[in-house]
Design a protein around this ligand. Structure first.
Ligand code: NAD
Length: 479
């Protein structure tokens, strides 16, 4: 059993102010795998005080030196990526191969993109030729609280820490209590990289405790949050009293619009994308809208592909998907699958219960619903499990209407060989991101949503800007 009760505050590992043990459960076995401590107000205050004290020095440090520390971090990250992968598989159930590649790899990817973006970013620039005595200065927002979820933990931690650090913010990270181990390893890496004490602090805790304490804290200038829309609303309300900046990355219910002229792999690709990380991705293409002429064939293909998706323990190598993160999520997914059946969607693969041969562990059957309409619960709610909902459509206008008829707006997908049509859709789909024909977005592109999917943009130059204030100076002396 791993025991990691300490917090990282002001450059040191410190004991929690009070005993408040929390068992981390291995979702592959349902057995406890680690014990951490949940912090309280005293721990939150200590971490925020350390971040506040470190702020002036960190802001004053030349940006090149801050970048150099993040570069050092990438070297250490490389050497510890296997530790990170093992921890994530153990605590949140991503299969080892995925943990080693995408889960752990995402962190390195984001840190490198921030370094590249920062080297080109003008932290001070003239307003324009018409106003030689005006300056625009990009300045750190201040003390940032970083609250992260369990589904892509290292992805989300590096998106926040990398940008905040380069921007000159000091920070307190509160990772998900469901997946604290990878965050603790990350804190060890920050320590080894030599960030000055207080620049980065980690306090474990839950949402109602450390999460809301950080959101309401008068000395926290900004909260950067990724997680559920429910928690995003609670954080926004708690932050309103002190009018802090709130940056939100929330859920999604992405449409994958498959036109009759889509390439022949489009349906298979869409199903596998949905099942990746056991469906626990906010940008999952969870509603597959298929044009009528190819609809029946698409349903058949989707069912075949889903039936072939293997499910198994996270710490085993292989191309299977793992369990979902915990019992609460497992039960929620079961209820939603049942709701799909009750509301009349046609179940063509999977269903309720565990996959054959897996009696213990939070395993879910890869599930596909066909003949759904966009008002059904399985088309409206973010299921956060390996469940795909298929909806037929006739015209481009109808597809756009269905795709946009959701409170979310994170990522939509378009499959067509008609380039002009793909571009038309990219312009009218109400989401922060659109990906076409299986082509993902490139390094340094911004990740974030519209509507109830949030308001932040993470990654690359946009991610840096989220941690920066814009200061406008008149009467700047020309040197
Ligand atoms: P969550 O929003 O409850 O937790 C995410 C983080 O926020 C955790 O660190 C948690 O401790 C913290 N938190 C929770 N309530 C808080 C509060 N009131 N104040 C401050 N911090 C708070 O998400 P979850 O329980 O991990 O997952 C539940 C649902 O969230 C999922 O089913 C899914 O729909 C959604 N989700 C979305 C994403 C995403 O990337 N968009 C990621 C994870 C979960």
């Amino acid at each position: 059993m791993i025991e990691k009760r300490e917090f990282y505050i002001n450059g040191q590992w410190v004991a929690p102010s009070a005993a408040n043990d929390f068992s981390v459960i291995n979702p592959s076995t349902e057995e406890p795998c680690a014990v951490i401590s949940l912090g309280g107000q005293v721990d939150t205050d200590a971490a925020v005080a350390a971040a506040k004290a470190a702020l002036p020095g960190w802001m004053a440090m030349p940006v090149a030196e801050r970048i150099a520390l993040v570069e050092k971090l990438t070297e250490i990250y490389q050497s510890r990526s296997e530790d990170l992968a093992q921890a994530m598989s153990l605590e949140m159930g991503a299969p080892l191969d995925l943990s080693r590649s995408a889960q752990s790899g995402a962190g390195m990817y984001h840190l490198k993109n921030f370094i590249r973006a920062a080297k080109e970013f003008q932290f001070e620039r003239p307003l324009g030729d018409h106003a030689p005595n005006d300056r625009i200065i990009y300045e750190a927002v201040g003390v940032a609280a970083l609250i992260t979820p369990w589904n892509w933990p290292m992805n989300q931690i590096t998106l926040k820490v990398g940008a905040a650090a380069i921007a000159g913010c000091t920070m307190v990270l509160k990772p998900s209590e469901q997946s604290p181990l990878n965050a603790i390893i990350f804190a060890e890496m920050m320590d080894e990289a030599g960030f000055p004490p207080g620049v980065f602090n980690l306090v474990n805790g839950d949402g109602v405790g450390v999460g809301s304490q950080l959101s309401a804290h008068p000395d926290v200038d900004m909260v950067s949050f990724t997680g559920s829309t429910r928690a995003g609303t609670a954080i926004s309300k708690a932050a309103a009293e002190t009018l802090k900046k709130v940056h939100l990355e929330l859920g999604g219910k992405g449409a994958n619009v498959v036109f009759a002229d889509a390439d022949e792999k489009a349906v298979k690709r869409g199903v596998l994308h949905m099942m990746q990380n056991t469906g626990q991705s906010c940008n999952a293409p969870s509603r597959m809208l298929v044009q009528r002429p190819i609809y029946d064939q698409a349903v058949e293909t989707a069912a075949e592909v889903a039936n072939k998706v293997a499910v198994g323990p996270a710490l085993e190598e292989g191309r299977h998907i793992g369990p979902v993160v915990n019992e609460v999520q497992w039960t929620k997914i079961q209820d939603l699958i049942q709701k799909g059946i009750d509301e009349g969607a046609r179940l063509v693969a999977g269903g309720t219960g565990r996959p054959e041969g897996l009696n213990k562990g939070y395993y879910v059957r890869p599930t596909v619903f066909a003949d759904a309409n966009n008002q059904m619960t399985v088309a409206r709610e973010e299921i956060f499990g390996p469940v795909l909902t298929m909806i037929p459509f006739d015209t481009e206008e109808e597809a756009i209407e269905i795709a946009n008829d959701t409170p979310y707006g994170l990522t939509n997908y378009v499959q067509t060989q008609d380039g002009a049509r793909a571009n038309r859709l990219a312009r009218v789909l109400r989401s922060g991101m659109v990906e076409m024909n299986g082509q993902s977005r490139s390094a340094g592109s911004p990740f974030g949503g519209m509507k109830q999917s949030g308001n932040g943009r993470e990654g690359g130059v946009w991610g840096l800007e989220d941690f920066l204030e814009v200061k406008s100076v008149g009467g700047w002396a020309l040197e």
